[in-house]
Design a protein. Sequence first.
Length: 344
Amino acid sequence: MSVKEIAKNDFTRFVGTLIRTEKVFGVQAKGDRFDFAPLESAQDLRLDYDVTLQPPKKYFLPPAEVLLTYQVGGPYQSQLDGQEFILLGVHPYDMVAINQMDELFQQDNYDTHYMTRRHNATIIACDVAKPSDHVFASSMGTAVVKKGYDILLTDIGDSFVAEAATPKGEQLLAKAKGAAADAQALKKREDIWARNKKSLNKHELKCDPAYLPKVLAKAYKHPVWEEKAKTCFSCGSCNQVCPTCYCFNVQDDVNWDLKTGQRLREWDGCLLDGFTKVAPAHEFRKARADRFRHRLYRKATYVPQKLGGQIACVGCGRCVGACLPDIANPVNIYNRLIDDLGIG
Ligand code: SF4
Ligand code: SF4
């Protein structure tokens, strides 16, 4: 596959061409923050961003969607939008999260809606140029990514190194003006990878993430859950901004004619009161401390059991910034447990 060096003004022209011919979502400034949004001008693209408000998972698992519509006595109609699109500017930690979701949404029950959107996407990832205030991807081994994307961009100063990783990426990259990256450009990229592996670490985990399930195996009755939960608002913000949270609720919405309706899927969150409510009005994780603990166990025990040990926290740091009482930081909690319980 090609590895090109593309001058920045040629890259802007390339993005302009993409916008004219494809549906493109890219990272843009929203005041002094950043987010993914439909890209209408190449000048609006900000690959120097620190972190986006929302992770790119919304393009594969929308916050709310109609899965199907139905009518009494008739067949149902699937409501799947099959449009192809380009996602431009995905950071490595978010790419790792998407790779995890790809595995989860194919396990046991193949999720046609998620997987169709995933197949319709061309992902142009980019290495982090500016660390955010709370990122800890270096601690989680997600500062650099080697798979999942179609093209990987690295800003090396006046130009980008762009590497195609799939036939789709190769085809797209052929449209960009640029020469094969030389040894000097590749060395600059290696240096950036080496730097990011260390520097995206505003909160440092005290152990290799692989040990976290062992720590948690001893922590179920630890007082930290009650202590932290005392100030938790159950707002669910930590779930909503997380690139690896994928819980959803499905419900049928019957129209007033009582003959037609739609099946809706919406994001849910394990911190929300009511998340575990089942008929007849029983809630099996009613205590706030139990819900608080569940989130941390899900990241470092329950999901890893499904993913061959991969920890389902990629260190984006979004939950740290989103939590008003400042209790959501996984590193603070895991480090406290490591201090109290050890790692073995
Ligand atoms: S738990 Fe927090 S830091 Fe970890 S992936 Fe989710 S939002 Fe990011
Ligand atoms: S931990 Fe923080 S962000 Fe999460 S539900 Fe509680 S208050 Fe909200």
